[in-house]
Design a protein around this ligand. Structure first.
Ligand SMILES: [Zn+2]
Length: 188
């Protein structure tokens, strides 16, 4: 395994559409292993192949190290539910954060490193990571989709653990019913 350099904003490779993987070979396995090592070292939750300069439809996501890495080859979103509005960042745009709307629950169809098809469903952070990383494969960066980017003042508060975005961040189900934050039910 080897660490790869993470491409930063401004490099054209981040704006290009990636090609499908057709060969499920040792080279793909090595790319996946390098991407996982690079992701773990970065402290992020997801990495797409164009972020290491490779224009192929390959993504790795790891939310919880105990559950291990999710490898997605040629992934497609096949179903979504609800809405979540929350903070989003990207390893290719270090130090920046935005407030982005994504579906709350996302189901992805993909192939594994041997070419076998599978589906996986994630909610909240995992659903957000699916959307964010799959956008990378089409050359889309999250800052083109955000409701707004955080200001320098907000980022400094965020870094101090003092940022309050509870007015702007929420989760809703398919019917627009609020799941988070829950409304206080006051007696009349
Ligand atoms: Zn990203």
């Amino acid at each position: 395994m080897a660490l790869r350099q993470i491409v930063k904003e401004g490099d054209d490779v981040l704006n290009k559409k990636c090609r499908d993987v057709v060969n499920f070979d040792d080279r793909l396995a090595m790319l996946l292993e390098d991407m996982t090592e690079t992701l773990r070292q970065s402290g992020g939750v997801g990495l797409a192949a164009p972020q290491v300069g490779i224009l192929r439809r390959v993504v790795v996501i790891e939310i919880d190290p105990e559950e291990g890495v999710i490898e997605l080859i040629n992934p497609e979103i096949i179903e979504t539910h609800g809405t979540q509005v929350g903070l989003e960042g990207c390893l290719s745009l270090p130090g920046k954060w935005g407030i982005a709307e994504r579906p709350y629950i996302v189901t992805v169809k993909a192939q594994d490193r041997n070419g076998k098809e599978f589906t996986i469903t994630g909610e909240e952070l995992l659903a957000r990571a699916f959307c964010h990383e799959l956008d990378h494969l089409d050359g889309i960066l999250y800052d083109s989709k955000v409701r707004r980017m955080l200001t320098a003042d907000e980022i400094s508060k965020y870094n101090d653990g003092e940022l309050d975005l509870s007015d702007e961040c929420y989760i809703e189900d398919d019917n627009g019913e609020r799941i988070y934050p829950e409304y206080d039910e006051e007696e009349e």
